[in-house]
Design a protein around this ligand. Structure first.
Ligand SMILES: Nc1ncnc2c1ncn2[C@@H]1O[C@H](COP(=O)(O)OP(=O)(O)OP(=O)(O)O)[C@@H](O)[C@H]1O
Length: 281
């Protein structure tokens, strides 16, 4: 007898919905339009990619989700987190969401790590502040997180400073801090761009595994289509502040519809293009 089930085909409800997002930055009377009405969803357990060349508006869009745009930015449209509107939300309210429900990692892990504070203190201060854990529980949590992101010798790592780790390990530590409060959303902006190719794959697979095991909705921002094809489930391609095409990874990489997407794929070096296509099957 053949068993059929519909459960596997049901995509979970998005935790973040971005609708008609517009962003302009600059003087009130003549701001520069940077994002011109983009829409996408972030779904638990899935990785949504935002691709496109430098300056297309990827970073600005992800910063808008965190409410981290400069004061002279004008934001229109809607960004909902579990039904709560974030656009126009007061900074104080946003502060409780940032780092707690929505976390972010950046290209340069050093930007999320204090150079003069031990890794242990950075992790335990974070969980003690947000989760109100006592010292012992915070330390146990820090070790558990470092173990999960596969930082070698987690107990010793707690007493070391960021510069005593390699770039890849620093990014793992930044990921541990990002995960410390069990966020529902992870924004990853060029998380492997500063790393050696050999180190990149490990970080990408970690992000992918974490998305699945923690039901984390991930926004992966990168200009690198090789990175995108390695782990994204869905891809939106941005150009000049607009999304020109979006679809599943497979569709974007094997059957691109928009001329600009084809142009981006064609600009990849031959070998990488083959890998990228193979990754997406
Ligand atoms: N604070 C700001 N004030 C004025 N313009 C800005 C500001 N931040 C970004 N921009 C402009 O917004 C546009 C989009 O920048 P953004 O960083 O989002 O691009 P990107 O697609 O992420 O590219 P990259 O990978 O190079 O960061 C660029 O033209 C940039 O100069």
């Amino acid at each position: 007898m053949t068993m059929t089930t519909t459960a596997a085909s049901v995509t979970p409800r998005p935790v973040v919905t971005v609708r008609d997002l517009t962003i302009a930055i600059g003087a009130k009377k003549s701001p520069k339009r940077i994002v011109t009405g983009i829409s996408f969803d972030l779904v638990p357990g899935r990785i949504q990619g935002l691709a496109g060349e430098s300056g297309s508006g990827k970073t600005v869009s992800s910063l808008a989700i965190l409410g981290l745009l400069p004061a002279n930015a004008q934001v229109g449209g809607s960004i909902e987190l579990d039904g709560t509107e974030l656009v126009g939300m007061k900074n104080r309210a946003l502060n409780t969401i940032r780092g707690r429900r929505i976390a972010m990692i950046f290209q340069d892990p050093s930007s999320s790590l204090h150079p003069q504070i031990t890794v242990g203190s950075q992790l335990t201060d974070h969980v003690r502040r947000h989760l109100k854990l006592n010292k012992t529980d915070a330390r146990a949590r820090a070790i558990e997180l470092l173990t999960r992101v596969r930082v070698p010798s987690p107990h010793e790592a707690l007493g070391r400073y960021p510069h005593q780790f390699s770039g890849g390990q620093r990014q793992r530590i930044a990921i541990a801090i990002a995960l410390a409060c069990d966020p529902v959303v992870l924004l990853a902006d060029e998380p492997t761009t500063a790393l050696d190719v050999t180190v990149q794959a490990g970080i990408l697979h970690l992000v992918k595994d974490l998305a699945v095991e923690r039901d984390l909705a991930v926004l992966l921002v990168t200009h690198d289509l090789g990175v995108m094809s390695a782990i994204a489930d869905d891809v939106a391609v941005m150009r000049n502040g607009a999304i020109v095409e979006s679809g599943s990874r497979e569709q974007i990489f094997t059957d691109p519809q928009h001329a600009y997407t084809r142009e981006l794929l064609d600009s990849l070096p031959g070998a990488q293009r083959t890998v990228t296509k193979e990754n997406s099957r």
